[in-house]
Design a protein around this ligand. Structure first.
Ligand SMILES: [Zn+2]
Length: 304
């Protein structure tokens, strides 16, 4: 086994922000839909990662990349560098019945959806140009992967670039039957790609949110209700009786604050308020002291 995952996949900043906001405000329908699409997309990518983990030939796998070439940004779900080829995978977690109608892509009810094949073409063309600009000539093979087992595609165009859920196992098997021996050139390519990856996405479009408008409190991870019962080491949800460890609940609450307000300093008072007054300040100080560094002094101290 030689496969190397050189770049892991994480929830995007945008997804983490929307996740935190979703609990603390009523997202407008448009944002809710967008949030659910992001979440679904991410789950689909994780599903596909599971398949790629079964690759046994020598290869580098880079996940979730963002590049800019000639003022165009493009995102790549998964990239796999093998001896002769670089594979580009565009992963879609669509569910339900779809069909291609000429150049358009539609749901069975006729609603048009952004054509993922066009997106794939755009990305592969930009990636090719990008490879040339950084001095690499390896050919690229691009695939559109539908990972959801509940996805059906009618009238699939005779396009070998589309991998359907039922073909995924066979595809991985075929990949594993190839020969691949990597050399220093491949590792240079991988490094070059990693160093060109952009961390700030220009696609991020988060609605404005204000601290005063956000619901404060600790929310039950199981039913979403505000937790009201504090019992020292654990807190209990009144509506579904789920118990949560105080420390974990507080830290995940603090993490959410950090995601929404990365510039703000974390003080005991802020955390107290953010958690809806559920935890005594003494407990907050204790937990925070164990997990953060205290800066400043007395009432001006904050956690880093
Ligand atoms: Zn609950």
């Amino acid at each position: 086994m030689w496969i190397m995952f050189t770049k892991n996949r994480y929830e995007s900043e945008e997804l983490r922000i929307l996740k935190a906001l979703n609990k603390r405000m009523d997202l407008p329908d448009k944002e809710k839909q967008y949030f659910s699409n992001l979440q679904k997309g991410f789950e689909g990518e994780l599903m596909f990662d599971g398949y790629l983990q079964r690759i046994v030939i020598q290869s580098y796998i880079l996940n979730d990349l963002l590049f800019e070439h000639n003022h165009s940004h493009f995102q790549i779900d998964s990239l796999m560098i093998s001896q002769y080829l670089t594979y580009l995978f565009e992963v879609k977690n669509f569910e339900g019945e779809y069909y291609f109608d000429g150049d358009t892509f539609k749901k069975i009810n006729g609603n048009e959806v952004k054509n993922p094949l066009l997106q794939l073409e755009r990305n592969v063309s930009l990636l090719r140009q990008f490879f040339i600009s950084i001095g690499f000539k390896t050919p690229i093979e691009a695939y559109l992967v539908f990972v959801n087992p509940d996805f059906t595609l009618y009238q699939a165009p005779l396009n070998s670039r589309i991998i359907l859920p039922t073909n995924l196992n066979r595809f991985i098997h075929q990949m594993n039957n190839q020969k691949s021996t990597l050399n220093i050139q491949h590792s240079r390519l991988s490094e070059k790609l990693l160093s060109s990856h952009l961390t700030k996405s220009p696609f991020t479009k988060i609605l404005p949110y204000e601290y005063a408008q956000l619901r404060k409190g600790v929310f039950c991870h199981s039913c979403g209700t505000v937790m009201e019962e504090y019992h020292g080491r654990e807190i209990i949800c009144k509506s579904c009786a789920v118990k949560e460890n105080t420390k974990n609940a507080m830290l995940s609450c603090v993490k959410e604050f950090n995601v929404l307000y990365p510039q703000e300093k974390l003080s005991t008072n802020i955390i107290y308020e953010w958690c809806g007054g559920l935890f005594p300040k003494k407990t907050i100080r204790q937990v925070m002291k164990e997990n953060f560094i205290i800066s400043g002094y007395g009432q001006w101290s904050y956690y880093e």
